[in-house]
Design a protein around this ligand. Structure first.
Ligand code: NAD
Length: 328
């Protein structure tokens, strides 16, 4: 099958080529897929995309006209694909539903520990021969209350790690997970969690229901000085409201691996450019904000699983097999 791989980075090519074994004809494009680049897919059976590709209705129209029959996401989230339009144009959408949930869960923990114990600041200080402890004080995680929003694959893995730290874990989800309840995790309403949690970590998908779940109203309800961690999708947080909450000390710490307007920034080296996004610039200026560029998934184990599932998706589709990873 001929596949156009968009938003290619060196590691995508390395892992996909390694697990393809020259079965499929893979062509790599560094550019993201969007309405302006969709014509590159002319003559391909499938496109393979990632989180920063914009597969909206207009893009899908062009893909369909060019003969593309499959949109394969090499990620779990699919909020960047217009599923209605894909269905209308009879283009199948496949994804990688699970690829090491631990990679993202452990990254969420890394954000918590770094924000709390300020190891990033200590590292820089010590390199300058500054061995002072001023402003490096953190807090014990043991005994703290952690709120987990969304207890699917990643939220479950995260909850178990936090139990290991000796935290009290409260969860909010539209479905309760019986295994987590057996382990001592209590399901509560979102408002109950906001009121008591010292740390809140977001692990639900971005949907119309969860868009800006954390807005001014939610920030007004959180425990003053709480920490908010988002490794899920940027749109879960209203960034302007988060900035206001940080300015007033209502939000004590913010750790994000995802950002509402990340498609213009993340996965690119912009160190020689003037950043036009004033919201991210303001966030970067806070000492109690930690931003990582959507690297939660970025482990050897996760990239291996992504490549394996992506190849299986191509092969299943080409051979007319049941599409286990179809997004409907
Ligand atoms: P999942 O589908 O296993 O779990 C999502 C959970 O959210 C489910 O339990 C679901 O019931 C719950 N949920 C859905 N709507 C909800 C709502 N309105 N309120 C509360 N809970 C709700 O997904 P997952 O594999 O755990 O991934 C979670 C998210 O992590 C993905 O949607 C994706 O956006 C993000 N993600 C980020 C990275 C990264 O690199 N940072 C990598 C992979 C996934």
């Amino acid at each position: 099958m001929k596949v156009a791989i968009f938003s290619t980075k060196s590691y995508d090519k390395e892992y996909l080529d390694n697990y393809n074994n020259e079965v499929h004809q893979l062509s790599y494009f560094e550019t993201a897929l969007n309405v302006d680049t969709a014509s590159l897919a002319l003559g391909f059976d499938a496109v393979c995309v990632f989180v920063s590709d914009k597969v909206d209705r207009k893009t899908i129209e062009i893909l369909a006209k060019n003969g593309v029959k499959l949109i394969d996401l090499r990620c779990a989230g699919f909020n960047n694909v217009d599923l209605e339009a894909a269905k209308e144009y009879q283009i199948k959408v496949l994804r990688v539903p699970a690829y090491s949930p631990q990679s993202v869960a452990e990254h969420a923990v890394a954000l918590i520990l770094t924000l709390n114990r300020k190891t990033h600041k200590a590292y820089n200080r010590v390199r300058e021969s500054n061995f002072s402890l001023e402003n490096l004080m953190g807090f014990n995680l043991y005994g703290k209350t952690v709120g987990v929003i969304g207890t699917g694959k990643i939220g479950s893995a995260f909850s178990k790690i936090m139990l290991g730290f000796g935290c009290k874990v409260l969860a909010y989800d539209i479905f309760e997970n019986a295994v987590l309840k057996e382990k001592g995790i209590e399901y509560k309403s979102l408002d109950e969690i906001l009121a008591v949690a010292d740390i809140i970590s977001l692990h639900c998908p971005l949907t119309p229901d969860t868009h800006h779940l954390f807005n001014k109203m939610a920030f007004d309800k959180i425990k003053k000085g709480a920490m908010l961690i988002n490794t899920s999708r940027g749109g879960l947080i209203n960034t302007s409201d988060a900035i206001d909450a940080l300015k007033h000390g209502q939000l004590g710490y913010l750790g994000i691996d995802v950002y509402e307007q990340e498609e213009n920034l993340f996965f690119k080296d912009l160190s020689g450019s003037l950043i036009q996004d004033d919201l991210i610039e303001r966030l970067i200026s806070f000492h109690n904000v930690l931003i990582t560029p959507h690297q939660g998934f970025f482990t050897h184990e996760a990239l291996t699983q992504i490549a394996l599932t992506t190849m299986k998706n191509f092969t299943d589709f080409e051979n007319g097999l049941p599409l286990e990873n179809e997004v409907k």
